[in-house]
Design a binder for this molecule. Structure first.
Ligand SMILES: C[S@@+](CC[C@H](N)C(=O)[O-])C[C@H]1O[C@@H](n2cnc3c(N)ncnc32)[C@H](O)[C@@H]1O
Length: 253
């Protein structure tokens, strides 16, 4: 597969990794030297380019995982791939769906869900902070998913214009305040998910979901343990991320 202008590529020398969106005539500067975008365009993925100092970088097609972990700007706490991959599957998000999301934050979850609904589906993504929305827009453009997302600058307490959503996900501080409202914009039977970082929040959310007649309520937490990839002494890393957030899922009836 050959590299085209407009694509976001990963450049790595094994130690240093950079993500750049290619534009003819531009130059990318690193401490290992400058790389001309023109030298990358037309290369086959897996081939390498050299900086003006002669250092070699391999050109790779980044995975969505890599873009989220290392490529996007973070204006807020983000939903990590270990959670966003599960969320997307758990909500049954597939091509062509109309999905509700709030808050957008840096757009990390939005990227994963947009990948699932493309090419005909749309994520309607509500965010109250304009500065967060601008970063999310930049991240969606950078990752190539902006066409599948409608970004809406709105505090959802002011209303949700669209309706008839196939699924929804809510990542805001006080989701229980909006459960009744969100229920009104979801299709009957549609799945909804939430992420909250504390147990106190789960309790308030559960009370609200029960009050509003949601069924099949589940609370989950996903733990991911990394291993040191050393064949002679294979063992887990000493440290791990012990907590990101709790996931709550339910069905609207
Ligand atoms: C933790 S961030 C979301 C991160 C995002 N899920 C990601 O993966 O990048 C929470 C966002 O919710 C937004 N937010 C909080 N309350 C809101 C509301 N009532 N309406 C719309 N957005 C809201 C905040 O401004 C913030 O950007």
């Amino acid at each position: 597969m050959f590299v085209k202008e407009g694509e976001t590529v990963e450049l790595t020398d094994g130690k240093n990794t950079f993500f750049i969106k290619l534009k003819k005539g531009e130059i990318f500067s690193t401490h290992k030297g400058n790389i001309k975008h023109d030298d990358v365009i037309g290369k086959e993925y897996g081939q390498s380019v050299r900086t003006h100092k002669g250092n070699k970088f391999v050109v790779l097609k980044p995975t969505i995982y890599e873009i989220i972990m290392y490529g996007i700007k973070r204006k807020t706490q983000i939903i990590y791939p270990k959670d966003s991959a599960y969320i997307t599957l758990r909500l049954g998000i597939t091509s062509g769906m109309k999905v509700f999301e709030t808050g957008v934050g840096s757009g990390a979850l939005t990227i994963v869900m947009a990948n699932a609904v493309k090419p005909n589906g749309v994520i309607y993504a509500y965010e109250k902070e304009i500065s967060h929305l601008k970063v999310a827009e930049e991240n969606l453009r950078f990752s190539g998913f902006l066409d599948y997302v409608k970004l809406i600058h709105r505090d959802i307490s002011e209303g949700i214009d669209e309706g008839d959503f196939d699924a929804g996900f809510v990542d805001i501080r006080e989701p229980w305040l909006f459960v009744e409202h969100i229920k009104g914009v979801l299709k009957k039977g549609a799945p909804i998910g939430f992420l909250v970082p504390t147990v106190n929040q789960i309790i308030k959310l559960l009370e609200s979901l029960e009050r509003n007649g949601f069924i099949n309520i589940e609370v989950k937490e996903i733990l991911l343990r990394n291993y040191k990839p050393v064949a002679e002494r294979l063992r887990p890393e000493d440290r791990m991320v012990a907590h990101t957030g709790y996931l709550i899922f339910a069905r609207n009836v």
